[in-house]
Every structure is written in C-alpha cells, then in structure tokens.
Design a binder for this molecule. Structure first.
Ligand SMILES: Nc1nc2c(ncn2[C@@H]2O[C@H](COP(=O)(O)OP(=O)(O)OP(=O)(O)O)[C@@H](O)[C@H]2O)c(=O)[nH]1
Ligand SMILES: [Mg+2]
Length: 499
C-alpha cells in the first residue's frame, strides 16, 4: 500500500507541475488571480463572494481598497470562466435574493466558479486587465482535507473516540448499538454495511443540527453527497477494531477489508480530485471563520472549532513533503484569516475579535510566516445587517446593534415576523482570549436584549439571525451593500495586483 500511495503522490505532483507551467504561460498573456474562499459550512463564503463581486461591479464604498478609492478601476464585468466543466456561480440569483428579497442565499450544494474581469489603470497610467477567479463549494467538503493523511484504521479509532464523548455520545447511541453487532473480521455483509453507513450518517447530521453546532465531522460528503450519493464510495462507516491489531492485516473478504477499500475509494475518487482541481491552484486564500457562533455556544464549541481548524491548517503545513503540502502550497502567497459576521458585535469589540482570532489560529500563522506567505487577521462583515445605536437603560448608556431578525427567529419569549427591528446589547468579548476556551470562565455572556423595541431584559438573543439590510446608495447613485472592513480584506487580497 505505501508504495502505491507514494506513486500516486508523484503522479499528482507531475500533473500539478505540468499544469502550473501551462497556467504560467496563460498568465503572462492574461494576468489572473485565483482566490480561494475557504471556510466550514455556514461561515459566509457564498455571501462573501456575492458581496465582493457586487462591490467591485457597482463601486461599493471601499475607502481602504486603493484601486477603487483612487478611481483607477474603469470597470469590472463577469467573464467566461476558465473551467468548462464547473457550474457557474449563481451571482445574479444570490444578488437578487440579497437586494430584492432581503434574504440570504441557500446553503451551497455543489461547486461553482466565477470569473471577474477588472479593467484598471496601473499607477504608471497604462490600462490593464486582471482576471479574478473565485470558486464556491459546500463548506462540509473542506473537512475531508485531513482525511487524505489518514488510514481507515486511524480514522475509525478517532471517529469512535470522539463519538463517545458528550454531547455526541447521546446522538451516537443508535449507531453504536448497531456497531456492537458487527464483526470486523467476519465476512463482508452488504446489508449490514448499508445500515451502518445510514446510522453513521444520521449521527453526523444530528451533530451538525444540534443547536451547539459541532464542526469536526468528516467525511464531508456524508453530509452533502453531491452526485456521488448512494455509491459504494459513500457506503462505509467506522469499525471497532481489536486494539493492537496490526493495521495492514484486514483478512481477505472481511467486512473490515471492504470498509477500508471503500474509504480509500472515497479519498481517491472524491476528495483528492476536489483538492487537486481547486485548491492546488490558489494564488490567494481567505479563510472565513464564524467564531461568534462558537463563542455563543460556549467553550466546548470553541474548542471544537479550534481543533477542526488545527486539523485543517496542519494540512497547510509547510516544509513537510506531502501530497497535501503540494496541494496547498504551490502559489498561495497571501492568506487572510477572517472572523465573519462582526456586525453581530458593536464596533468597540471588533479589535478584540481580531485578537481572539489571532490567538486561535496562531499556530497556522507561524507556519505560513515561515513559508514566506503574508498572513493577516481581520474581523469583518461582508454584508452588514445591523447598524449601531446607543440605548439608555437605568441611567446607563449601552452600545447596541439594531437589526431585523429573520421571520420565525425567537428570543426572549417572542417570535419575530421578519419586519420588526430590535436593539440588542451584544455584550463584550473578554479581554483575555483564554476565557473563551475555559468552561466556567467565559465572560462572554452572549447577546441579550438591550431595550429598544424588544423591551425585555435577559432574553436569549444569542442565536438571533438578522435579515440582510435595506439597500444603500453610493454618492453616484449606484446601489451598494453596507459592510464592515470588506475593503481592507480586498486590499490585502488583491490590492498589490492592481497597482
Ligand atoms: N449578519 C451577517 N450574517 C451573515 C454574513 N455573512 C453570512 N451571514 C449569515 O451566515 C449564513 C451563511 O452564509 P453563507 O455565505 O451561505 O455561508 P457558506 O459558507 O456559503 O455556507 P455553505 O454554503 O453551507 O458552506 C447566511 O445565511 C447568513 O445568515 C454577514 O456578513 N453578516
Ligand atoms: Mg455557500
């Protein structure tokens, strides 16, 4: 087995090298930047891409994005994308939802791509064109990256160990009961395997749907299968293997051997091509992290998010000659870590949010720095759904945010109709990031109602989601989506390519 893996690594590397050469040639004619928008599910990737494209095409308010604020961008337009077999990103649909219906896009179910041609004037005065390619994909698929390093045996052991710890153990009970009836060394049994895969998938879905969103749930395609649904490569599950059994000794024809073969097919047929075709070619990366959702859910969720990211970012590792290193390292020379949905906090907390994020991804930052990539950390809201206000309560002035909760959201004993605004006192993030990781010490109390129309105190406003904002217009009359620091993100990600 090891020699086969080694051979396929070499093959991948040769393919990547050949393709880079072709793309390098094309790049001389048509300068292009391939921007990776990475993040777990619901992190805000689709909204980010939509807002970025809208902002560039309609000249949003981007004072920190120099090419635009210096009025050097003549025009940005959608162009035919480079990959003919990838569906196009539904920009028009997403924009219409945001602007016309004040609704967020649906969760992404398949990969898509978009190319934006930016005509700009260089600082020397020459007219140039830069192609910006962006890929959108279901966040669940990202979780599969660490699997490329993993054998069936280690993955089984880790997944089982995790599923025995609360709150997961409770959700895993039906699957565990079935698992106890399986004999790994016994003959392969298709009916039992189908049942195991179904129960295991139900467990993964239950974890994801729990209120306290848990992040670390590979294999990602069990949650969102794409076109592979129902194929053997998606019909396997972890097995209880005898402790100390040598990893290489699955008896021929056994359940164990079959599960292991399917696990390998999953990686080869689904995971590897996705990362090879989309991640290996990135020039720039933005990694979106919904840290606030985790803070709100408590220290367990924060640690969960952090371990999901450590597992991922270990794959961005530099200096280790692995296939995955090749995948992620070849060209990405700028990486931006972004805490999203900062519009759920008052601006006085944005710097603190950046500090906390820096602490969370510190290990990855150190590595990327060593590899010579520029790394930065930012707190942003790609579409700002709230505005700020001060609310007086009991002689005290509280810095609040005001927004329209989505229809059907509840908090503080009431349910919202999608048209009523509320003022929320978002609370302060702790000055010491460690507090968010330590049970009991958490000094982030979560969002609570701060008066205004909501009137009540202490309602649990932590999970209220706001509708997208009503549209603003720029000084020249063009419609623009409000945002927080999206211009700073753009300047970091592509500003240098537009000079
Ligand atoms: N307030 C606010 N909410 C946001 C923002 N960006 C995203 N959201 C919320 O986060 C949800 C998920 O955003 P998406 O862009 O769909 O997330 P995604 O990363 O594409 O998720 P998947 O497609 O499931 O992988 C949205 O439905 C909004 O509720 C933002 O800038 N501000
Ligand atoms: Mg999406």
């Amino acid at each position: 087995m090891p020699s086969v893996a080694h051979f396929s690594d070499l093959l991948e590397q040769a393919r990547l090298a050949a393709r880079s050469l072709v793309e390098y040639g094309e790049g001389l004619l048509n300068p292009a930047v391939r921007l990776g928008v990475t993040g777990l599910s619901r992190a805000g990737k689709t909204v980010f891409i939509t807002a970025l494209v809208h902002g560039l095409m309609r000249s949003g308010r981007f004072p920190v994005f120099e090419a635009l604020s210096e009025e050097r961008i003549a025009r940005a337009r959608l162009s035919p994308q480079p990959d003919d077999t990838v569906p196009r990103f539904d920009y028009e649909g997403h924009v219409a939802a945001l602007l016309r219906d004040r609704a967020w896009p649906e969760s992404t179910r398949q990969i898509s791509e978009l190319r934006l041609a930016i005509e700009y004037q260089s600082r020397s005065g020459a007219m140039r064109e830069l192609m910006l390619d962006v890929v959108d994909y279901p966040g669940e698929w990202l979780l599969d990256l660490p699997l490329l390093h993993s054998s069936f045996e280690t993955w089984s052991a880790e997944t089982l160990a995790q599923s025995r710890v609360e709150p997961r153990a409770r959700l895993a009970a039906p699957w565990h009961a079935h698992l106890a009836t399986l004999n790994a060394g016994g003959p392969a049994d298709e009916t039992a395997t189908i049942a195991a895969a179904r129960l295991f998938t139900e467990y993964l879905l239950a974890c994801r749907n729990e209120r306290y969103a848990m992040s670390l749930l590979p294999p990602g395609r069990f949650l969102l299968p794409g076109d592979a649904a129902g194929s053997p490569a998606l019909t396997f599950a972890p097995l209880q293997l005898t402790p100390g059994a040598p990893g290489g000794l699955a008896p021929d024809g056994s359940l164990w051997a079959m599960m292991r073969r399917r696990f390998e097919s999953y990686k080869e047929a689904l995971v590897r091509p996705f990362f090879r075709d989309h991640f290996a070619r990135l020039d720039r990366q933005i990694v979106l992290i919904d840290a606030l959702a985790a803070f709100n859910a408590g220290p367990e969720a924060v640690r969960d998010l952090q371990s999901a990211f450590n597992a991922l970012l270990d794959c961005f590792a530099v200096g280790r000659k692995t296939f995955v290193t090749q995948l992620l390292r070849p060209r990405a020379d700028r990486i931006l870590f972004a805490a999203t949905k900062a519009d759920h906090l008052h601006q006085s907390s944005h710097d603190r949010l950046e500090d906390i994020l820096r602490a969370m991804v510190g290990r990855a930052i150190a590595r990327a720095d060593l590899a010579g990539a520029d790394v930065d950390v930012i707190a942003l809201a790609t579409v700002r759904a709230t505005r700020e206000a001060e609310v007086r309560r009991g002689g005290e002035t509280l810095p609040c945010i005001v927004g329209t909760p989505i229809a059907g959201e509840h908090a503080g004993g009431r349910s919202f109709d999608g048209n009523t605004e509320v003022a929320v006192f978002p609370g302060d993030l702790p000055a010491n990031p460690d507090d968010l990781f330590t049970p009991g010490a958490a000094s982030f109390r979560g969002l609570s109602a701060g008066g205004g129309e909501s009137g009540g105190d202490g309602g649990d406003f932590r999970f209220v989601r706001f509708r997208p904002p009503p549209l603003q217009t720029t000084p020249d009359g063009a419609p623009a989506l409000p945002h927080i620091r999206l211009d700073r993100a753009l300047q970091f990600l592509i500003g240098d390519r537009l000079t």
